[in-house]
Design a protein around this ligand. Sequence first.
Ligand code: NAP
Length: 312
Amino acid sequence: MSEYDVIIVGGGPAGLAAALYTARMDLKTAVLDRGPLGGQLLNTELVEDYPGFESILGSDLAMKMGEHARKFGVDIRDFEPVKEIDLEADTQIKVVRLESGEELRAPALIMAAGGLPRYLEVPGEKEFWGRGVSYCAVCDGAFFKGQELAVIGGGDAAVEEGDFLTRYASKVYIIHRRGGLRAQPILVDRAEANPKIEFILDAHVKEIVGGEKVQTIRYEQHGETKQLEVGGVFIFIGFVPNSKLFKVHVDHDEGGYIVTDRNMQTSIEGVWAVGDVRAQLTKQIATAVGDGTTAAVAASLYITALKDGART
Ligand code: NAP
């Protein structure tokens, strides 16, 4: 069993910013991530909207954030999946059980676990996962050099990643279920100016078909069934927050996003939620970092109050 002042679950920008602050405030801090550090940064090719960095690779920014937190002595444990988060009944100590069997304890816990891609749930999606179906353009785009690809979705991720995929693909069809896109105009303008991109709107994907690998995507548009021959299907239809690790109830909205107050405090005392797992207007690196900072300061005040209380 290991004891900390603060345990941070999730090593993306929100978790790493929180860790940087708590460690600088001399709190013994652990960051746990089931994979490599960086969270959604690792699914982003170029970051162009984080102040101070006109243009930086997502993976480079992730590395810098990790190194920065390490410099202040954070115990960073990547590739360390969390099994569940519990509360000790009488002391309210937060108990984090790892898949490895180890148990970590702390009075303060910052939930920064982000989320997972939403699945399209059509026939062929699961079957061809890794054989043409992907949720990460940066990770898999290079496997599709010279091929035609379908991108599903109409938000920022679909439009931005569709644009990115044209580095490799000969053509990218962005298929969206409505007539209008949800993505920011700047991203849409860029995609519309890209001759390799074609938007297919009001189109509902019905099936992904192939042999050894993806060959065809079938969709319905204006009452007609149509199909495209593509080498790959990239799905960017949103995000499901990783809020189910808690063994106890934490207030959340209908989408599963954790509800917090303005200090990132959840419905459980001593537990804060930051970044993409939290119910809020947008999911940006800058907002994640802001959330992490606020939670870290709040956690520090909480721990000081606990220590003062224990002394009196
Ligand atoms: P999103 O904004 O929630 O968009 C999801 C898209 O997928 C929507 O167009 C939605 O359609 C569609 N969709 C949802 N369920 C579907 C289904 N079952 N079948 C077909 N289509 C479906 O998600 P996102 O694009 O992943 O972005 C998530 C967050 O990250 C957003 O806050 C976004 O601003 C942020 N982000 C920002 C950047 C950037 O600033 N550069 C880049 C990537 C992501 P409807 O429109 O019909 O609902």
